[in-house]
Design a protein around this ligand. Structure first.
Ligand code: SF4
Length: 361
């Protein structure tokens, strides 16, 4: 059986430049090929008429262009919302699956995208974590994922386009940082047609300290959200053992203070309320102490149950108490509505369908 040709979108820009040079071409051809891949979404090298016939033939013999394939699409409408939340299952060329979510709210169309297949940090409340890490997505695959979502919404209504991207799907984006950075470059660069402002892109992390430092130094100016879920080391380790142990709270607090001082933008501290675990007045006090050390806003979210997991969402009176304490401490607090829980598209629920799918096959 012949091996499939490597997918050209898996090459980084630097690799593609080197490949061009090794094919006897100038390195700027890499930019022309990326133009065709990312602005025109070319499906074959034959379309790339700016390249010589000879180079197109050579590329066709050496590489494939394999886009992500739509496998499944589910919708749910939340009470009071005009547009449904949509969960999309996409197949990668090696048959791995990823999930992405489209959320329409307040005039925005947000794509919640995956950066890894599964996740190595294995937070027990999270369906992606329960898969373990299967592999990183390439920059081209992340870019292709966003294009697939954008094409879907444009097909429904011409002119419709994504307004925001959050790296909050499957995986920890700062553990696949090079590919995530290159994907952001592809999606925000003026060189390509999509060209979304970086202010509309959010990286959501569990607090990968080296990644936060690199993000600050990169000058990327995207938004940063940190899933905290507890402001006391031991409790955090009981909720998210690997992440909390590897990136201790004290160092994380310092790194967030350095980050905000360097980039001058607030961090969103995401705190998922878990009944009887991190929802007491004492927990609120510890969170206020932690968050008052750097520029931030706090986003309280409800837990969305996934199968076989012990955590439960809090009662609304507890949430109100928690929020009021933080507000009275001078913090900026929002309670985030959870979209898509009925189709397992809410935070911590991605991967359920793809796991089911894999098992079914
Ligand atoms: S919550 Fe985030 S970091 Fe934790 S397992 Fe899930 S995807 Fe990974």
């Amino acid at each position: 059986m012949t091996e499939p040709l490597p997918n050209i979108i898996d090459l980084t820009f630097r690799d593609l430049q080197n490949t061009m040079v090794s094919m006897g071409e100038p390195s700027f051809r890499a930019g022309q090929i990326h133009q065709w891949l990312f602005s025109h979404q070319a499906k074959s090298f034959e379309e790339m008429t700016i390249l010589s016939r000879e180079l197109r033939k050579k590329l066709t013999e050496t590489f494939s262009i394999s886009p992500l394939q739509l496998i499944e699409h589910k919708e749910t409408s939340e009470e009071g919302e005009q547009s449904p939340t949509e969960k999309i299952l996409l197949k990668l060329p090696d048959n791995e699956m990823i999930e992405s979510v489209l959320i329409a709210a307040d005039e925005r169309m947000t794509a919640c995208v995956s950066s890894q297949v599964g996740c190595p940090l294995q937070c027990p409340f999270c369906a992606s974590g329960r898969m373990g890490l299967r592999r990183n997505l390439s920059a081209g695959e992340i870019t292709g994922q966003v294009f697939a979502l954008n094409n879907m919404i444009a097909a429904k209504k011409p002119g419709n386009t994504l307004t925001n991207i959050v790296f909050m799907g499957m995986g920890e984006p700062l553990l696949n940082i090079d590919n995530v950075f290159e994907a952001i470059e592809n999606l925000s660069s003026r060189n390509y047609r999509f060209c979304l402002s970086r202010k509309k892109i959010t990286i959501s992390t569990v607090g990968v300290i080296p990644g936060i430092q690199r993000l600050a130094e990169s000058g990327m100016k995207v938004k940063l959200a940190v899933s905290l879920h507890a402001a006391e080391q031991q409790k955090r380790e009981s909720i998210m053992p690997l992440a909390a142990h590897q990136y201790p709270l004290k160092e994380l607090g310092k790194s967030l203070a350095d980050y905000t001082a360097m980039v001058g933008m607030p961090v969103t501290v995401v705190y998922m309320l878990l009944r009887g675990i991190n929802d007491s007045l004492e927990d609120a006090k510890m969170l206020a102490r932690f968050a008052n050390n750097f520029l931030c806003k706090i986003n309280l979210i409800d837990y969305n149950s996934i199968i076989n997991v012990k955590f439960k969402p809090v009662y609304s009176a507890t949430r109100d108490m928690f929020q009021n304490y933080l507000l009275n401490s001078g913090l900026h607090v929002t309670v985030r509505k959870s979209y898509g829980s009925t189709i397992n598209a809410a935070c911590g629920q991605l991967a359920t369908t793809s796991m089911e799918n894999r098992n079914n096959h």
